[in-house]
Design a protein around this ligand. Structure first.
Ligand code: GDP
Ligand code: MG
Length: 302
């Protein structure tokens, strides 16, 4: 007689300041290009779920927005709320840090980590560029502060230590049902990724405050067939806060927005695996950061 292994499922939340490598870690674990990775902090404004499926388990990861102490904007408040809600619905919390990540010991997140009722794993990332002294210093700071379930030294970039981390996570994952269809890798619709791709291109193509003053909204996403092949028509609006920013986005004789359109289209076509037609519009919406309704439509408030 054969006994079937029980199915396990769990929610794993990845927590840490911007730039410590949360998105890279999630990509290493889930194996798909789920988060947009750039060198600039605060690019991940949304909670993104990545799902790792196997016959006998399903792990649902979320890459939380960074813990931002400056809450001068409502947007930041909404982001902090998202980051802190993770202690309520997780089975396992990964707290990610690295050698350049500065903490004083007085941060609110430390109190939260101490009060967590679920196992918290200390993940020391970027060990490929850290000395053993630097790694020891991180342990010396954190281990007396929080009662971690375990400590993991990894390189998310080089996928070193990530398999062992996954084994520990699986051991902590309870028996549970299949929450999402097994062929699904994210709970986010394709249009969410499309807007993230355009935002990523804005980050690469424009300087200074432009990327942080721009919000991308997908207005239309219509799928069809063209010359026997799948095709999509996508229309997106870029919201900026000032007229001068609109002019910069568009550029002289439309040169800048044209380049943005070409770069975005190429990346979206690669992501979707089909040809698209992309229309970009720029609109001025003063103070969108402080407007609850706008934030809601962008998904910052729920
Ligand atoms: P997040 O803001 O926490 O999501 O961080 P990201 O995943 O976006 O990574 C921030 C930067 O650190 C990127 O340039 C990554 O390539 C880099 N990075 C992430 N993990 C590692 C690692 O293990 N080693 C090294 N050397 N760089 C890493
Ligand atoms: Mg990230």
């Amino acid at each position: 007689m054969t006994v079937m292994a029980p199915h396990k499922s769990g929610f794993i939340n990845i927590l840490g300041k911007p730039n410590v490598g949360k998105s890279t870690l999630m990509n290493a674990l889930v194996g798909e290009r789920m988060s947009i990775i750039t060198h600039k902090p605060q690019t991940t404004r949304h909670r993104i779920l990545g799902i790792l499926n196997a016959d006998h388990f399903q792990l649902v990861f979320s890459d939380t927005p960074g813990l931002i102490s400056d809450s001068s904007y409502k947007m930041h408040n909404a982001m902090n709320k998202a980051a802190f809600s993770i202690f309520e619905d997780a089975d396992v919390v990964l707290f990610v840090t690295e050698k350049n990540d500065q903490y004083t010991g007085k941060e609110k997140v430390i109190k939260k980590l101490r009060q967590a009722e679920v196992p918290v794993l200390l993940v020391i990332n970027k060990t490929d560029i850290s000395s053993s002294e630097e790694i020891s210093a991180i342990k010396d700071f954190w281990v007396p502060l929080v009662s971690f379930h375990s400590v993991h030294c990894i390189s998310a970039l080089q996928k070193k230590g990530t398999e062992a981390l996954l084994d520990t996570i699986l051991n902590l994952t309870p028996e549970g049902p299949v929450y999402f269809p097994k062929d699904q890798i994210s709970d986010r619709p394709e249009r969410f990724f499309v807007s993230e791709i355009i935002r990523e291109k804005v980050l690469f193509l424009y300087k200074d405050e432009i990327p942080y003053s721009t919000e991308v909204v997908i207005e239309a996403f219509t799928e069809s067939v063209k010359k026997g092949a799948p095709f999509a028509h996508i229309s997106a609006t870029l919201y900026v806060m000032r007229r001068s920013q609109k002019q910069i986005l568009i550029g002289r004789q439309g040169g800048a927005i044209k380049k943005l359109g070409i770069e975005s289209r190429k990346a979206i076509e690669e992501f979707l695996g089909k040809r698209i037609h992309l229309e970009l519009y720029v609109r001025v919406k003063e103070k969108w950061r402080d407007d609850d309704r706008m934030l809601k439509s962008f998904g910052y408030l729920h």
